[in-house]
Design a protein around this ligand. Structure first.
Ligand SMILES: NC(=O)c1ccc[n+]([C@@H]2O[C@H](COP(=O)([O-])OP(=O)(O)OC[C@H]3O[C@@H](n4cnc5c(N)ncnc54)[C@H](O)[C@@H]3O)[C@@H](O)[C@H]2O)c1
Length: 258
């Protein structure tokens, strides 16, 4: 087991990549603090990891709210006494030309995708520093490497996540804390389905047309499964990546290799 008895905080655990990561980490022996704003989905993930025999809890937490994150960290420490691994996975996407994107959408994207990881690191890092150990994994994206049509705000946040990852790696290396990011390409989750649905509606074309375009972005001609991304996250969380910090693991099916 690659993360046996490790205490893991995972945000955005109710769906998609977060849920697949929760189940994989449960199989690999982790003790899990699952969090999300979506309580029903979070409870469903909790049942799935319990089926795997994991010691786990679900906490409702909006990562854009500092008080929520502070409480999540305090409750984790009350129950488990330490935090070994933080996975900043919660994220949102909004699609459109910049003139059509509202200030509310800007605040939402920046809030969840960048302020969320900031709050989680802000409250978790002091404990990891005291322990003199820890691993932080941030979910970036292929959109943190290249520009994507209709995704100016989302791309801003994911490039930002990569910047935060690199800078934090420098600050935290003296404390034996590794910080890396994972950059998925098109991955079959509710987020991608909502993205494709919106683009199809805006362009007046069928869902399948936009889906095919996304499939063809990667040279493998298909979307990733959430489990394929979870394996990358597990690698970064485990000691197998012990010499890796400030780096990004690109799992984009060849999208950026062209
Ligand atoms: N699916 C893709 O193609 C893809 C590609 C690249 C990167 N990513 C990134 O992977 C991560 C997971 O995405 P996914 O595809 O599984 O999406 P998803 O929509 O299936 O899951 C995201 C989860 O985040 C939660 N969330 C949203 N706002 C929140 C908030 N304020 N506080 C706490 N939780 C919140 C949602 O409730 C949801 O459960 C995101 O950071 C996303 O940007 C996804």
């Amino acid at each position: 087991m690659r993360v046996k008895d490790k205490i893991v905080i995972l945000t955005g655990a109710a769906s998609g990549i977060g849920r697949a990561t929760a189940v994989l980490f449960a199989k690999e022996g982790a003790k899990l603090v699952l969090s999300d704003i979506n309580e029903d989905g979070g409870e469903e993930t909790l049942q799935l990891v319990k089926k795997e025999g994991a010691d786990a809890i679900f906490l409702k937490c909006d990562v854009t709210k500092g008080d929520d994150v502070k409480e999540m960290v305090e409750k984790t420490l009350e129950k488990y006494g330490k935090i070994d691994i933080l996975i900043n996975n919660a994220g949102v996407v909004r699609v459109g030309q910049i003139e059509d994107m509202s200030e509310e959408e800007y605040d939402l994207l920046l809030g969840v995708n960048l302020k969320g990881p900031y709050f989680c690191c802000h409250y978790v890092v002091p404990h990891m520093k005291k322990q003199k150990s820890g691993v932080i994994i941030n979910l970036a994206s292929v959109a943190g490497h290249i520009g994507q049509v209709n995704h100016a705000l989302y791309c801003s946040t994911k490039h930002g996540v990569r910047g935060m990852t690199k800078a934090l790696a420098l600050d935290l290396a003296p404390y034996n804390i590794r910080v890396n990011s994972v950059s998925p390409g098109a991955t079959d989750t509710p987020m991608l389905v909502s993205d494709v649905t919106k683009q199809a509606k805006d362009r007046g074309v069928a869902f399948e047309v936009v889906k095919k375009e996304f499939e063809e972005e990667g040279v493998m001609g298909r979307w990733a499964t959430p489990e394929e991304i979870a394996y990358g996250i597990l690698f970064l969380a485990s000691d197998e990546s012990s010499y890796m910090t400030g780096a990004d693991l690109l799992l984009d099916g060849g999208w950026t290799a062209r």
